[in-house]
Design a protein around this ligand. Structure first.
Ligand code: AMP
Length: 208
């Protein structure tokens, strides 16, 4: 299965990708995670993109496309992959069409108020990357990951200014992809509101 998870930040793409990865054994390719890893490892790429991520803007297309194209050459993608956070612009989607054939694109629909609540309450494990929410999905012990015991942190772009910028960027640059993939007959809309369990059940029905 070659699938794209499309939708605004905080729509639940990463959470569903994580479940999908476990169920189908195919890799989740999150460009945001790849950029954050580059920043944490202080690579050349990381130095180039850090301030862009902090501002909630988009990394230039050429850099992002090259990163994904390289990642998709790895052998673990043969049986399929989940793209989470890519493509985010029309040029990225056009480039992807030249090197991959997709099965479907899931459009996560979530209202802005819910997105803002999800992002401001989001906490991420610094060791294994598991995502929590202080109200909706709290860890058993505050600030500590249930799975690996790592400490939880707030993403530097999960602050009110960056969230507003990310939503604006989404509307301007990413939303046009809905029409793009709809024309290709690949788009399926998912109601992304509700608990993780409810959205996951809806998602499984949709992709059957
Ligand atoms: P995410 O983890 O998907 O919310 O992405 C975090 C940040 O990484 C975004 O706000 C962008 O700055 C950058 N980023 C992730 N994916 C892309 C992409 N496909 N194109 C450009 N920038 C991206």
């Amino acid at each position: 299965m070659k699938i794209i998870l499309l939708g605004p930040p905080g729509a639940g793409k990463g959470t569903i990708a994580d479940k999908l990865k476990q169920e189908y054994g195919i890799p989740q390719i999150s460009t945001g995670d790849l950029f954050r890893a580059a920043i944490a490892n202080e690579t050349e790429l990381g130095k180039q993109v850090k301030s862009i991520l902090d501002r909630g803007e988009l990394v230039p297309d050429e850099l992002t496309i090259a990163l994904v194209q390289e990642r998709l050459k790895e052998s673990d993608t043969k049986a399929g992959f989940i793209l989470d956070g890519f493509p985010r612009t029309i040029p990225q989607a056009e480039a992807l069409q030249t090197f991959e054939t997709l099965d479907m694109v899931i459009d996560f629909r979530v209202r802005d108020g819910i997105i803002i609540d999800r992002l401001t309450g989001r906490r991420v494990c610094s060791q294994c990357g598991k995502v929590y929410h202080i109200k909706n999905m709290p860890p058993k012990q505050e600030g500590i990951c249930d799975i690996c015991g790592g400490s939880l942190y707030t993403r530097s772009d999960d602050n009110p200014e960056s969230i507003q910028q990310r939503l604006k960027t989404y509307r301007e640059k990413t939303e046009p992809l809905i029409a793009f993939y709809s024309k290709l007959g690949l788009l399926k809309a998912l109601d992304g509101e509700g608990s993780v369990e409810v959205v996951w059940e809806r998602f499984k029905k949709l992709i059957k």
